[in-house]
Design a protein around this ligand. Structure first.
Ligand code: SOE
Length: 395
């Protein structure tokens, strides 16, 4: 077993999420040997900002560095398949940002390559790792909510509200056919599947593109960036700003989800409510230490994250005592603590989202796109995908 402080990592992608990956790894004691950027200038600038060694000259130069055991892929979506496949071929473990790939054909190939490699493979569904969400997973698994019936909620942001807001995700060639659903809807869909232990079996989706013409600034624009140059060109947009989706989960539960990146005032508002036959649980990512628990016949409860009263799963993900708020960046540390336990053993482990979860998300997203195109319910096509032993549906 390799001590975590002797495990080396590299991060490809120097946007805001790449920085979150680097900082979370450093907090765990992992040796971050460098970053790879879309241009040498951006990579050099980010390496300096982060106090890292000079950035790698290329992706291949990073793969050739024998000190690097784990590659974190945070490049734009269209490069995920290429970067993850090359890292596995080079004998590296891989943590890949969501969505895992641009199509389910690509993600299926990555699942196969990862299985053959014997390496650890993870997808960055970090929202699972808020301690309160790990606690909810334990509550549901222990039957504390009863039989799960309804799953509702939303994931709303406003960073693409203006026609002058721009990001590579707007372009299908770089981000994929789906934008808001693949980028943030995937978090909500994965989270509710993880929490309930039930996969999504069918969807009825309605995608909307409200802003059909946007102004693309000259030069690259970072996610959530607000500073942009004066000169820009008009571009026709086809990817969705928002989606309203009805869901059917295996086992009979029903769901309803709203996804939007054009909701004024909602900065990163992921909300779920899970209604069971005996109790309910509700959570809001903008108040992550709080869990609302609903009852009939007794007072409802508001649990404030405190490791002393969380279950084992919740305690394992918590890094601070009660009252010391834990947030978005802390979930990356908790996720990587689980992933790097497996890396230290040198083989895939449990307790974190894998390429299989990323592939399942691609299948659900493709069903969403088809359902909206054809205006009908669409089953999630899982032909050839083995049941997942971690989920109830496998029983
Ligand atoms: C932009 O929508 C974004 O950075 C997503 O890409 C992340 O996955 C999400 O956690 C926050 O918002």
């Amino acid at each position: 077993m390799k001590p975590i402080t002797e495990i080396g990592a590299a991060v490809v992608g120097t946007g805001f999420i790449g920085v979150v990956h680097v900082e979370a790894l450093r907090r765990l004691g992992v040796q971050v040997h460098g970053v790879v950027g879309s241009s040498r200038e951006r990579a050099a600038s980010r390496a300096r900002d982060l106090g890292l060694p000079p950035a790698y000259e290329s992706y291949q130069a990073m793969l050739d560095d024998s000190r690097v055991d784990v590659v974190h892929v945070t490049s734009p979506n269209h490069l995920h398949h290429e970067h993850a496949a090359a890292a596995l071929a080079a004998g590296k473990h891989v943590v890949c940002e969501k969505p895992l790939a641009m199509t389910s054909a690509q993600s299926a190939e990555l699942v196969e390559l990862a299985a053959r490699s014997g390496r650890v493979h993870a997808v960055n569904f970090n929202i699972r790792f808020y301690p309160v969400n790990q606690h909810v997973h334990g509550l549901i698994a222990a039957g504390e909510l009863g039989e799960i019936r309804l799953v509702s909620g939303h994931y709303l942001q406003d960073w693409l509200l203006l026609e002058t807001d721009w990001n590579w995700r707007l372009e299908p060639d770089l981000g994929g056919e789906l934008r808001a659903v693949a980028d943030i809807g995937s978090h909500w869909l994965d989270l509710t599947t993880f929490l309930t232990g039930r996969r999504i079996s069918a969807v009825m989706a309605d995608l909307s593109t409200f802003i059909k013409t946007r102004r693309q600034p000259a030069g690259p624009v970072e996610t959530f960036a607000t500073d942009r140059g004066a000169d820009s060109v008009a571009r026709q947009i086809k990817t969705e700003d928002a989606a309203t989706i009805l869901l059917r989960y295996e086992g009979g539960a029903r769901g309803a989800l709203t996804v939007s990146q054009v909701s004024p005032g909602r900065k990163n508002s992921l909300v779920f409510e899970i209604d069971g036959s005996t109790a309910a649980a509700s959570w809001n990512a903008e108040r992550p230490d709080e869990l609302w628990i609903g009852h009939r016949g007794r007072p409802n409860e508001l649990l404030l994250r405190d490791p002393a009263i969380l279950n084992e799963e919740g305690r394992r993900a918590a890094g601070l005592p009660g009252g010391h708020a834990e947030g978005f960046a802390d979930t990356f540390k908790a996720l990587y603590a689980a992933v790097y336990r497996a890396v230290a053993e040198g083989r895939p482990g449990t307790g974190y989202p894998t390429f299989a979860d990323g592939h399942d998300e691609m299948l659900v997203c493709e069903a969403v796109a088809r359902s909206s195109r054809e205006a009908r319910w669409v089953e999630v096509e899982r032909a050839g995908v083995a049941p997942d032993p971690r989920l109830k549906t496998a029983r």
